[in-house]
Design a protein around this ligand. Sequence first.
Ligand SMILES: [Ca+2]
Length: 403
Amino acid sequence: MRHPKYAVLTVATIAILTIPVTQCSAQSLQSSGSLGSLGSSSLGSGSLGSSETPTEDTLPDLSVTTVMEGLDHPWDVVAAPDGAVLTGQRSGGFFVRRGNGSTGPVSANLSDLYVKSETGLMGMALARDFGQSRILYTCQGFQGGGITDIRIAAWTVDAGWTALTRTGTVLTGIPVEAGRHGGCRILAAQDGTLFVGTGDTARPTVPQDPTSLGGKVLHINADGTPAAGTINPSSPVYTLGHRNVQGLAVQPGTDRVYAVEQGTGANDEVNLLRPGGNYGYKPDRGLGIYDESVPMTDPIRVPGAVEAVWSSGNSTLATASGAFVTGPQWGAWNGALVMGALKTKKLVFVRLSDDGRSVDALTYGLENQFGRLRSVTPTADGSLLVTTDNGTNDKVLLVTPVS
Ligand SMILES: [Ca+2]
């Protein structure tokens, strides 16, 4: 019998939709309703252990503003210190809303962008010293000179947010096949290093192959060399045994790095990363076959596999990103990890235990209000930027809790 450790909580609601972008018309949104349709089978990981007393911690009402719209699969979004918000479409093209409110494209040479299926222009991160350096990193499909891979590019952007200029290639050789499970998330750590979450390209041996950069979390210096603490000093592989890492976040006030993966037919995962950890995905049970019936974490076939901090149980939500929300405006959810969910079209908030190794509470926001939700990025004032992934009139949203 399964006993989800976290509570089934009172509904999160959306209160207000304000539209600053010229073409929009205001509309009111209704409450997202009861979570009653989500039984415990949808909510929990049996690995979380004993039940505990449900809490009644309600997520604050969420005010939602459209920052940009009319986009095609904006994968990631970053918030700059000058108030600019930049997104990139998976199919190519950067778009900005500047601090002065003006919006528009940002020119960039993406002539070598490889776009196929889930792969294209994906993760973005501002360098920690962006205010001085104006450096942006992207993770993108590449095709040129007979090579097709996924790589990390470095760019600088001008003060007026009109043009991105490619300054170099930080890392090459992240594998790509037909585009499925291409990853790819970039996390700029406080010390200037980069964590990179990659996908396994839907090939059976990639996640457990220490020589492949697919199905891994990589840790590199800004020049692309392996950061200290990787499994092999000559390799950027930091952790292995992943399916498709699409969320990476550092917990504020700690040095804990969490990774978010989409499950197969079950068990989306939140994982607490530790150097050298093997997270137990091994889809090579049949020779040459990508066997997605294997567990997301398989301690039998992967001895020592690191169990997930949280998993979604018998179904998947399709968690595609992760970030921590901070500030008293989030009430009882101050400090929670939030994930964008594609299939189930909502934000998923989980509150971690003090030791960071389990989840104490879970709730949802924006359910079925804006379609599939891809990325979540905190802003300096504690709000949350969210990208939609619907393929038609996609948006960047600004989500602010209302006390
Ligand atoms: Ca796992």
